[in-house]
Design a protein around this ligand. Structure first.
Ligand SMILES: Cc1ncc(COP(=O)(O)O)c(C=O)c1O
Length: 149
């Protein structure tokens, strides 16, 4: 069996030292010191200036759709975690599914263009089981049709 959800944990002693700081401050929510420190470190590491951490992976999808002011159809993959589609629906947009590539299991870029209409506003692709989707091809299509990606 191939385990696709292998969990990687730091050594417990290393983790306890970090947790101790939260215990000492008694500050577990609402933009505490550890969260701000992690944001700074990640923002430096990724070289991204507009950066913030959210509580889960669903929120940023919804925030992205909202922030970009997307209203209409969003082309996406039918083979992903439910949040990919639910975030589209929760933001009052319509998901349009494009079939996946049988090798990568990600959205098949060759099938995207035939689903693009005047209502299409964005492409929301995901990476499955560690296989990256064909970002370059998807980006080229998005540019060609002036779509958010
Ligand atoms: C592709 C994808 N998008 C969004 C999510 C949502 O993450 P969360 O459960 O943290 O909201 C997941 C979670 O596995 C995911 O796999």
């Amino acid at each position: 069996m191939i385990n696709v959800t292998q969990t990687f944990l730091p050594p417990i002693e290393e983790y306890k030292k970090i947790l101790q700081r939260a215990w000492d401050k008694k500050w577990l929510t609402n933009r505490g010191e550890l969260l701000l420190e992690l944001e700074d470190k990640l923002s430096d590491y990724l070289n991204i200036s507009n950066f913030f951490i959210t509580t889960n992976g669903t929120l940023p999808l919804q925030i992205a759709i909202k922030a970009l002011g997307i209203k209409g159809e969003i082309i996406t993959t039918p083979f992903s975690y439910v949040a990919t589609t639910s975030s589209i629906v929760w933001e009052n947009c319509t998901p349009v599914f494009v079939d996946i590539d049988k090798e990568s299991l990600n959205i098949n870029p060759d099938l995207i263009e035939e689903q693009i209409t005047e209502k299409t506003k964005a492409i929301l692709a995901t990476h499955v089981f560690g296989n990256p989707c064909d970002v370059i091809s998807i980006e080229l299509i998005a540019k060609k049709y002036n779509l958010n990606i």
